[in-house]
Design a protein around this ligand. Sequence first.
Ligand SMILES: Cc1cc2nc3c(=O)[nH]c(=O)nc-3n(C[C@H](O)[C@H](O)[C@H](O)COP(=O)(O)OP(=O)(O)OC[C@H]3O[C@@H](n4cnc5c(N)ncnc54)[C@H](O)[C@@H]3O)c2cc1C
Ligand SMILES: Cc1cc2nc3c(=O)[nH]c(=O)nc-3n(C[C@H](O)[C@H](O)[C@H](O)COP(=O)(O)O)c2cc1C
Length: 460
Amino acid sequence: MNEFTWRAMAACMTVLAYAALCLHVYWRQRRLHLANARAAAVLAGGDGQAEALVLFASQTGQAEALAWKTARWLHEGGTPSRVMPLDEVDAPTLRAARRAFFIASTYGEGDPPDGASVFAERVMGDRTADLSSLRYAVLALGDRQYTHFCAFGRALDAWLHARGATRQAERIDVDNGDASQLAAWQAHCSGSAPVPQPVSAEPASPSRPWRLLRRTLLNAGSVGSVGGPIFELAFTPATDGAATWRSGDIAQITLDTDPGRPRDYSIASIPTDGELQLLIRQERHRDGTLGAASGFLTSTLAIGETANFRIRPHPAFRLEGNAQRPLILIGNGTGLAGLRGHLRARAAAGSHDNWLVFGERHSACDFLCRDELEAWRERGVLQRLDLAFSRDQEQPLYVQHRLLQAHEEVGRWVARGAAIYVCGSLDGMASGVDAALKQILGAQALGALAAADRYRRDVY
Ligand SMILES: Cc1cc2nc3c(=O)[nH]c(=O)nc-3n(C[C@H](O)[C@H](O)[C@H](O)COP(=O)(O)OP(=O)(O)OC[C@H]3O[C@@H](n4cnc5c(N)ncnc54)[C@H](O)[C@@H]3O)c2cc1C
Ligand SMILES: Cc1cc2nc3c(=O)[nH]c(=O)nc-3n(C[C@H](O)[C@H](O)[C@H](O)COP(=O)(O)O)c2cc1C
């Protein structure tokens, strides 16, 4: 055989191998799709004739997870239902539905999350629609730290009421995942008496002074206009009394100069480290001035001086019921903070079934906490470490691409019970990862993971 024939054969083999891979991915997606469709059909009742719609408006997945839980509670109470994103319905669909349960979060200046912007603009913009045939209930998710508390859920409720729909129950406004408010919603959906809950299972601790021990620049030499320097800050309590928290929790600072808006920072250490450690990116405004909180912490505050932090429990991002499960931890930039907190807790507990997928820009200068991560990989605390440095090659490479490349392994980890934690930027990363996970596992399987608290996000 001459060289031309060899080359032609090699090309044929490559094409055949690629076709086989495509076929495999297709069948796998098809199987997942059918399994998901079966699960949705069970919730919608045997004949698929759902009696209610469960509609969610979600940015980071909490409302979506609660929508699937709501469908389960309704199913247990004898009401088959269908779960849909709010953007996929219009006024005629609402008119035709006999009952609808809305679960909606709020962002920005009281705005809807991305997944409801079309509905907010097109459907809620219609002031003439007649929805008098509809009975509904609204669960509004929000956080009292923000000026416009639960504003989108409230606007949705007011619009439905104004369009003639009948409130089946008073709207429930949930402050930062408050358990008693969620229990009241569960009771409403399942038709049972409310389960008594402590008013606030674990209140945030009061603000207290913390002394800055150390500040270390983690990305020296990082270049480019996007993203500023990232520092690790280490604090110790400046007053008597032990400080405690769990991995996944938040340290919150309120500035004297801006008392209306506290800033959250994911805690990157565990109490047995003896220090409260944070990873903070120095924000710089277009006019050249530094971000109010990040500038104060990374520049103005001198070593030995104190800053007031409140430790805020963050149950939605803690390990809790996932402590014994394998973990897939995914994040970028300062998102490593929340993931590092979990990995330190796992290392201390001897739980080594961990896979970290971390992304930044350049491996040479943005490989945050490199020594610690590589040591974990060598000691087996990390079974797998995947890195995505977006600018190390011509084509940008992000954490979601790493997940897609390792799609079979992601499926295997999830099949053996893994929980998925995502921490870092809302813009780009969180939505990209969400889309990749939907592609790999299927939208309904991911919804089911979220409903089972096995898909948790701390994104900002
Ligand atoms: C749950 C959660 C966890 C978080 N964890 C972390 C973490 O671990 N690490 C981390 O670094 N960050 C984290 N953040 C982000 C952090 O809370 C702050 O939002 C961030 O540090 C910026 O705050 P700042 O006060 O420095 O900036 P701000 O002064 O509030 O500025 C932020 C933005 O506001 C606009 N802006 C404000 N003032 C001006 C002005 N004068 N001119 C032009 N534009 C302006 C700009 O768009 C600017 O980029 C987290 C956020 C959340 C919600
Ligand atoms: C960047 C950001 C902005 C937010 N803005 C508001 C707000 O204006 N009002 C409010 O009540 N809650 C606000 N929240 C809280 C969210 O609505 C709340 O965490 C909700 O549970 C998120 O649900 P989701 O994951 O389904 O999007 C904000 C949260 C973040 C991270």
